[in-house]
Design a protein around this ligand. Structure first.
Ligand code: HPA
Length: 274
């Protein structure tokens, strides 16, 4: 379905009433393993997605499905504890709904994280990768349908979706933390099935360093409405066919959990420096 500008406004008005003058600056969309950062927000105000007009609840297991508004590392943040994925049955526009609502509330910086499979054979499971660009070849995009000019132009430029200023800043933070931070291209696959080895080989030939099932709907919408964007991937596993073993959701979760301290330190360091 196509949302109208007034749908977004109604959602924003609902949240504004709950926030009593608090204006978020940074939206954090946290993927597998980092949702706990939402629990560390100071002076938190929690709003469940299901209570917000036009919002769709998140159905993914271990995703709490709520906003946490408050302060983190001195920044006024809105944390999405749990995101919507298209494989849950949402359109890309639905999956990215919160990005536009938060833009109306004043946020103009987005930090987005995910877990993905490493396609680059020079990477290892557990590596963190700064997203420098993405590939989305499948499926209609989130901007399909009437353009909502209040958010942005019909044909938005995608030359620098992942903001060079924030990429530079993340490099500096990683160096200070003596953390190895890979860099590369994230390729979107709709899932929920993992890729076949042939799809992973194709992704590599196309220039991808990691493959995953999220993030791109949100970043396209965020680029359209003028956010500065920082994207970081946890390579929770080597993508299908790279190693002689099948993939499992359990492996993804285990690596995400084991990497959480490094991952959260990087994200919090970037947040502070933004
Ligand atoms: N492919 C797609 N999505 C993923 C993967 C993967 O290998 N690992 C974690 N999320």
């Amino acid at each position: 379905m196509d949302f109208t500008f007034s749908d977004y406004q109604e959602s924003a008005d609902f949240l504004r009433e709950k926030l009593h003058g608090f204006v978020p600056e940074v939206l954090l969309i946290l993927g597998s393993g980092l949702g706990f950062l939402g629990d560390t927000v100071e002076s938190p105000v929690y709003v469940d997605y299901g209570t917000i007009p036009h919002f769709r609840p998140s159905t993914a297991p271990d995703h709490k499905g709520r906003f946490v508004f408050g302060t983190l590392r001195g920044k006024r943040v809105a944390v999405m504890q749990g995101r919507m994925h298209c494989y849950e049955g949402y359109s890309m526009e639905e999956a990215a709904y919160g990005v536009r609502v938060l833009r109306l509330l004043g946020a103009d910086k987005l930090i987005v994280t995910n877990a993905a499979g490493a396609v680059n054979t020079g990477f290892s499971a557990g590596d963190l990768m700064l997203i420098t660009d993405h590939i989305k070849l499948f499926d209609f995009g989130p901007l399909r349908g009437p353009n909502l000019a209040e958010f942005g132009t019909r044909f938005p430029d995608m030359t620098a979706v992942y903001t060079p200023r924030l990429i530079g800043l993340a490099r500096e933070v990683a160096a200070r933390q003596k953390l190895t931070l890979r860099e590369g291209v994230y390729m979107y696959f709709p899932g929920p099935q993992f890729e076949t080895p042939a799809e992973v080989r194709a992704a590599r030939i196309l220039g991808a360093d990691a493959v995953g099932m999220s993030t791109v709907p949100e970043t396209i919408v965020a680029a359209h409405c003028g956010y500065e964007i920082l994207g970081v991937t946890l390579c929770s596993n080597m993508a299908a066919g790279v190693l002689p073993q099948p993939l499992s959701g359990a492996e993804v979760n285990e690596t995400a959990e084991a990497s959480a301290p490094r991952f959260s330190a990087l994200i919090l360091g970037c947040l502070e420096a933004m």
